[in-house]
Every structure is written in C-alpha cells, then in structure tokens.
Design a protein around this ligand. Sequence first.
Ligand SMILES: [Zn+2]
Length: 389
Amino acid sequence: MKGPSYSATELLARLVSFDTTSHKSNMALVRFVEDYLAQRGVASQLVVNAEGSKANLFATIGPASVSGVALSGHTDVVPVDGQNWTSDPFVLAERDGRLYGRGTADMKGFLACALAAVPDFQRRQLKVPIHIAFSYDEEIGCLGVRPMISEFGKSLIKPRVVIVGEPTSMSVVDAHKGPVRWHVEIEGRAAHTSMAHLGANAITAAGSLLQELRLLEKELMVAPRNERFDPPYATLQVVRINGGTATNIVPASCSVDFDLRALPGVDTNTIDQRVHTFITRECLPELQHVAPEACINIAIANQVPPFAADANSEAVALALNLAGQNETYAVSYATEAGLFQDAGSPSVVIGPGDIAQAHTADEWIAKDQIEKCSRFLSRLADWAENNSN
Ligand SMILES: [Zn+2]
C-alpha cells in the first residue's frame, strides 16, 4: 500500500510529541493519525466535541460493512505539572531498553502498536475487519468515548469485540472496578464565633457526614468481597474538603468530595440512597434547627461503570488465544471497557506497559512490551484473516 512504514517506536515518538494533556486539544494528534491512515487508503470517521477542540477517531481496515475487532485506546494523558522529569516528557527518550515519555505506558504505546500494524492488516485478506477506536478525555472520567459509543449502530458500526489496550503488561484483564465520585455542598449560616448559637456550622455538618462515610467504608471492606481484586473490596475515600473563611466566623459553607471504587455487582444506587437519606435525616435537621434556609446538595460528579466480562465472552477467549495464556486478571483501576461492554460490545483489557508507570514522573514502557504487543496484533491479523464466522 501507499505511504512509508513506520516502526511502533517511531510512531510512539510522534504520538508522545503531541501534548495531549486532557485539558488541551487532541486535534493535532488526531490529524496526524487521520493523515497516516489516509496515506494508506483508510478513511477515518471523527466524532468531534461541541467546541471542535477534541475528537474521537474511528477507522476500519477490512470489510467495512462487517462488525469487527476494535483496538481501543485513549489519546489523552495526565498532566506533568509538579513532576520531576529527567528529560522532556514530550520527547521520547530511550535509556536501557526503556522508552521514556508522558503516555508511553498509558497508553500511547498501544496506539503506536495498533497504527504500526495497519500495513500488516492491509496486506491480509481480512474476513473480520479491525477497527481503530481512539478516544479523548479518558483520564478525566472516561468522558470522551461516550459520544463515540453513542454512534455505534448509527454512523459507526458496533464492534463485535473491543480490545482496550490499557497497560496490563500484556496480561488478559476481564474485570475492573468502577469509580463513582460524589460532590456535596453544605450551606449553613455564618455568625461571629462569640455568638455561635446564631450560626449553623457547615463544617460540623460535614463532620457528621464524614463519620457516616467512614462507617460505610468499613462495611464495604467486609462485604461484598471478591478476592480477585486488590484490595478485594470496594473502597470509599473522602478525597477533598473545603470550608470556612476565618478563625472567628462560624463557617457558612463546606464542600466534600468522596470517591467509591465499586466492585462489579455492587449496587451504587443503594449507596447513593443511603448517603442521601443520612443527609436528609441527620445533617440537615441540625443545620435547619438554627437556619431554616440551610441546604445540602449532593450529586454524582462522575461515574464509570465497573467491568466484568461474561463467563463465555468471545473477547476474553480471543485475547487469551492470541496472547497464548490461560489465566485472566481483575484490576482496581478503571478503563473504558465497562462502557463498551454495557453498550453491547464484549470487551477485554490487554495492552503493553505496566500500570505502575502510568501517571508517574519519568513514565516509561519497556521495549519488549512494544514487541510483545506487536506480535499479539500480528496474531490478531492471522485470526481475522482465517476466521469464517
Ligand atoms: Zn489509560
């Protein structure tokens, strides 16, 4: 086909050079991928956000009208602010068999392997097509992929299988936890601290809520448990608190954020209801006793569904087969797999690099992980060429 071939490492260097920190545009990277594919005769479909500043990219190699295997990855990376890097995070640097740069492990390494495999995919007579499905804003709550998934079955063909290439050191992951993040705003009434009986202390109300959340955290440590996960229970943490204005004022406002990492099967609605009920029955009456205008607002700020593949998942069976493994793993970090799975595309998580390096200063990926992933994709092409159903 047309266009020069690039190694996965060369492509990784290009991808790393685009600063796609989540709060920035990913369009330069998307245009690069679009051009790379166009040079090989592969058309891209973009799902652009309302501002035109970010896009998902979807492309198909092989028969366009057939549902195939999607190689899914996010294009955004976490910030480098406040991190102490040995070399420029946006210039790929090779040292001792490792490739350093922001996003090398999470997860431009996988994107590079997928793109480098395109000429190989094209040389084959694929019976099952291979889709490229690159998203944005994954690192801020799997937000960007959702409008792309909404197009499945409409402007985009719904994948038969989705391989999410988050860093698993090329192990097959068939389950992960799902984060839910709540934001609570407490409004009491300010007063001079010498006249405290005239005030409704928002921080004190937050304190009651914190105690209840601690109780809930301890309950979740006991049940339900699933020993496949580390830790083997849902975790709940208060992660941020803001309140008070001065040391001589009864604080009128306080906000609390808390984060739940739910195991698959945990009913997060029940937890949501319980916190709502506690606020209505315990926190609010105390405030309103003095300040009838007091109020507490609680809302879910972000939620990513947990992921659990079906017992007879085609995606898991395929990944195990291609990886030459017979064991699957569960992880505690979230990915887009739960969203794909819930939308009806059987999903699995397997990708190069170690999650331990994700988000860190001097993030790196081992070169042999890139090679392992490339071999995995080559076997995927073998399968897609010979698969008849
Ligand atoms: Zn990631």
